[in-house]
Design a protein around this ligand. Structure first.
Ligand code: ADP
Ligand code: MG
Length: 143
């Protein structure tokens, strides 16, 4: 297995519920390391571009409103098979279908307000990390 980096968001619902630590704890217990992290308030333009793949979906407007309603925490996670591992720790998109012990089962509310985002492939991970973290922020991670 390879050491990978993936992009993660603790979404505004989880931040509002004071569950940042719960989410980070589950990521860490799952074997991932937070190697970069910052709290931001996503702009409307950022949310629309970040979720551009979903722009034709009926939930797009609500999703953009949700992601910009309050602060979120953007992260770079590192570990063995980090992209897939993070998706396992997150659980299914719909918290009602998420396995016990997953972030979305424990912290999520519904299919929209589902506590976290995680990249779904190496290509999207690279694009998403670069979307929120500058070259100088990432250069600081080199070791
Ligand atoms: P995932 O976040 O698990 O990769 P998707 O990429 O399909 O899921 O969707 C992106 C985000 O859009 C979801 O995490 C969720 O916040 C929202 N979403 C997905 N499907 C729906 C839906 N049917 N209704 C409302 N919001 C949705
Ligand atoms: Mg997705």
């Amino acid at each position: 297995m390879a050491i990978e980096r993936t992009f993660s968001i603790v979404k505004p619902d989880a931040v509002k519920a004071n569950k940042v630590g719960t989410v980070v704890g589950l990521l860490e217990e799952g074997g991932l390391t937070v190697v970069a992290q910052k709290m931001i308030r996503m702009t409307d333009a950022q949310a629309k571009e970040f979720y551009g793949v979903h722009k034709e979906r009926p939930f797009f407007g609500d999703l953009v409103a949700f992601m910009t309603e309050g602060p979120c925490v953007v992260q770079v996670l590192e570990g063995e098979n980090a992209i897939l591992r993070n998706r396992e720790i997150m659980g299914a998109t719909n918290p009602e279908e998420a396995a016990d012990g997953t972030i979305r089962k424990i912290v999520g509310t519904n299919i929209e307000r589902n506590a976290c985002h995680g990249s779904d492939a190496p290509e999207t991970a690279a694009v998403e990390v670069a979307f929120f973290f500058s070259g100088s922020e990432l250069a600081a991670l080199a070791r």
